[in-house]
Structure formats: structure tokens, C-alpha cells
Design a protein around this ligand. Structure first.
Ligand SMILES: Cc1cc2nc3c(=O)[nH]c(=O)nc-3n(C[C@H](O)[C@H](O)[C@H](O)COP(=O)(O)OP(=O)(O)OC[C@H]3O[C@@H](n4cnc5c(N)ncnc54)[C@H](O)[C@@H]3O)c2cc1C
Length: 342
């Protein structure tokens, strides 16, 4: 097939996935503007091949060569859109680093995103799995987004309900996966900000520092400090953060499990079910620090799978399957991976 000159061939995605997996894409393009996306739409040859949208690659597991077009979202820009009595509306382009946006809002005197500090990746990918951490989720401050629809060749605007946000999920991980490229996200940041220190570790640290009324910056600083201490740096040890979602079970099932496992950590949800810490289940099966060749489980954090150097995506996937099986055999609970497998 003939492809336009602005498309790169057999492009290594190694520096565009935080597992550091050395796989290639047949075709590659860096996307800096909506016009770049329009160009793809206009080329029939490019519209025929499978598409992979890539941000920072911090939630991707490349399990082999990608025989299609990888589009790396590199659009830049952040600005205050408008304000009303209750909110300041801030918009950021898909290719901005997520934490740069958090820092920029804090420097602009706006709270709301601080609990999501230091999450790797881009702004455009943040709605895809409704990023969450330390008692907050992206949907709490989300207002709307603009996305390029490859089926229609137009920009569309989606509000909160359209995005069908759920725990580590959204319409972009399901029906709209790779059909749309998110180009800009708008957040509604509250003028009457209140701290969210419901997460025990954050609350403890606020008390330990003798802070009575924490500011958004102070909460951000505490969370960055906790995250840097707890999670391996992908630049040093390839990983994609938490590899499994925390599974949800019914209250009845939890009572049964508590007979044999009284220490099992469980958190009630709004639907009455309980979320179980997947890391605890994996740790109970003795996986923390174990290796299968070059793929392994982090020594300090059982929920994080790591690349010890030359692991392939298939090695990581095999390790994940082995963990899923042992957890199921012991607890009859199914673990579901959080990263997107390609
Ligand atoms: C050390 C570490 C810690 C982490 N901690 C957390 C955490 O606390 N909470 C959390 O929720 N996640 C966490 N993650 C996972 C990850 O950082 C987030 O999911 C992040 O939002 C992924 O962003 P990305 O740009 O790297 O996306 P990528 O990995 O590049 O892509 C992820 C998915 O989004 C799609 N996508 C990317 N950009 C776009 C776009 N512009 N439009 C449409 N689709 C797109 C991709 O096709 C893919 O399906 C962590 C990861 C690491 C490595």
C-alpha cells in the first residue's frame, strides 16, 4: 500500500511505553494539531489500517509488533477558558503531561486536581481510564472534552454523562476505543475548594506535619512524596503502575472470605459491594518480589509488575496470567488487568 511521506515506517515504540518494551509499529505519526488528524482521515490507505492512539504509554502493554498506525498525541497548550459563580474552567491539550497540568492549576491558585498529582501520562489519556488515586477520580472535576471522530472526520464534544465514567473505565476504553482521539479536556475547578483527605495515609501525613487547614499545594506535596516513596520510577524499572484493578465482591462473599482471612482489606462502594485490595491478594499468594525470567513483581508493591530489563510484553502477560490463576484458585476472585493490551 502507498502511504503519505509524513508517515514513519517500522517505528520503535520503546521510548513510548513505560514498561520499556521494544516493539515496533508498522506506521507512526506524531500528532500536533487537529489538521494532522484530518490529514489521516483524508488518506484512504491510512483509514484502512488498525489504529493505536498513544499518549505517554504508561498504561499500555505491547505484546507484539503493532501492524497498523500508531498516533502519538503531542498537542500542547493550557488555558483558563472562563469562569462562573462556582467554577473556573480550565482546558488542556491532549499531549500535555498530566502532572504539568496539575502543577499549573496549583500555581494559578486553583484546587481540585491535587489528589491526582504525579500520575504519569498525558491529559488526553486521563479520561480513558478515569484516572484515580488517593480518594479522588478524574470525573470529580471533569467538565467536557473535544475529540476527533475518525468515523465522521469531525471534532465532537462530550460531556460527563457521554463519557460513562466508572472505576478505571470509560466509553474510551470500550465503544469508542481508537475510534476517537481526545484532543482537549476541560475541567471545572471549584471556587469554594475543600480538602479531600479521606485517604488514611494522606490524613496521617497531614497530622504528622502539624497542618490544620491544608492547602491544595500542601496536599499535592504530600501525595507526590508518598508516591515517590511507594512506586518504582519507570525510568529506572519499567512498569505501568498498578497492573490489576481492585476487584469488587458482594457483602455475602466478603463475610465468607473473612472467616479464613480476617485481615482482608475491603472498602465499601456506593453500590453496596466491597472493593478488595488486589495487591493484598497477590501478596497472600507469595508473589511479591518473585520473578519469571525478566518479568517480575515489584519487591515493595505486589500490585506493580516490572520489566527487569529484557522482558517482552508476552513475558509480562504470562506472569500476569500466572498471578490471576493463583489468586483465583485461592480466593475464587478474578483479577482484571488495568493496562490496555496491544
Ligand atoms: C508509576 C505509575 C503510576 C501510575 N499511577 C496511576 C494512578 O495512581 N492512577 C491511575 O489511574 N493510573 C495510574 N497509572 C497508569 C497511567 O499513568 C494512567 O492510566 C495514564 O492516564 C495513562 O496515560 P498515558 O498518556 O500514558 O496513556 P497511554 O498508556 O499512552 O494510553 C492508555 C490508553 O489510552 C488511549 N489513549 C491515550 N491517549 C489518548 C487520546 N488522546 N485519545 C484517545 N485515547 C487515548 C490509548 O490508546 C490506550 O488505550 C500509573 C502508571 C505508572 C507507570
Amino acid at each position: 500500500m502507498n502511504f503519505p511521506d509524513f508517515i514513519k515506517r517500522d517505528f520503535s515504540l520503546r521510548s513510548f511505553n513505560t514498561f520499556g518494551i521494544d516493539e515496533t509499529a508498522s506506521l507512526y505519526m506524531e500528532v500536533k494539531t487537529v489538521d494532522d488528524l484530518m490529514q489521516i482521515y483524508r488518506h484512504a490507505s491510512l483509514m484502512k489500517v488498525p489504529r493505536l492512539i498513544v499518549g505517554g504509554g504508561s498504561n499500555l502493554l505491547l505484546t507484539g509488533h503493532f501492524d497498523g498506525l500508531a498516533l502519538r498525541m503531542a498537542m500542547k497548550g493550557m488555558h483558563i477558558e472562563r469562569e462562573d459563580k462556582e467554577y473556573v474552567y480550565v482546558s488542556a491539550a491532549a499531549g500535555e503531561k498530566w502532572h504539568d497540568l496539575v502543577s499549573w492549576t496549583l500555581k494559578s491558585g486553583l484546587g481540585g486536581l491535587e489528589n491526582l498529582s504525579w500520575i504519569p501520562g498525558t491529559v488526553g489519556a486521563a479520561p480513558v481510564q478515569n484516572i484515580g488515586a488517593y480518594g479522588a477520580e478524574l470525573k470529580d472535576c471533569f467538565f467536557s472534552l473535544k475529540a476527533f471522530d475518525f468515523e465522521k472526520g469531525i471534532l465532537i464534544e462530550l460531556g460527563k454523562a457521554d463519557c460513562r465514567f466508572a472505576y478505571r473505565s470509560s466509553v474510551f476504553k470500550n465503544a469508542l476505543r481508537n475510534r476517537v482521539a481526545i484532543v482537549e479536556v476541560t475541567f471545572a475547578l471549584p471556587k469554594s475548594w475543600k480538602p479531600n483527605i479521606t485517604y488514611a495515609e494522606v490524613e496521617r501525613e497531614v497530622k504528622r506535619r502539624g497542618i490544620t487547614g491544608p492547602t491544595p499545594e500542601e496536599i499535592s506535596e504530600i501525595i507526590v512524596e508518598i508516591r515517590q516513596r511507594k512506586l518504582p520510577d519507570p525510568a529506572v524499572l519499567g512498569n505501568a503502575g498498578s497492573f490489576f484493578k481492585n476487584p469488587a465482591i458482594t457483602a455475602e462473599r466478603l463475610s465468607e472470605l473473612k472467616i479464613n482471612y480476617p485481615g482482608m482489606p475491603a472498602y465499601i462502594q456506593t453500590d453496596g459491594r466491597y472493593r478488595i485490595a488486589a495487591g493484598w491478594l497477590i501478596d497472600q499468594c507469595g508473589w511479591k518480589g518473585r520473578r519469571m525470567g525478566n518479568a517480575g513483581v515489584c519487591e515493595t508493591q505486589a500490585l506493580v509488575l516490572v520489566n527487569h530489563g529484557r522482558a517482552s510484553g508476552a513475558d509480562i502477560a504470562t506472569l500476569a496470567k500466572a498471578i490471576e490463576k493463583e489468586v483465583f484458585d485461592r480466593f475464587a476472585i478474578r483479577l482484571e488487568p488495568e493496562p490496555v493490551f496491544v
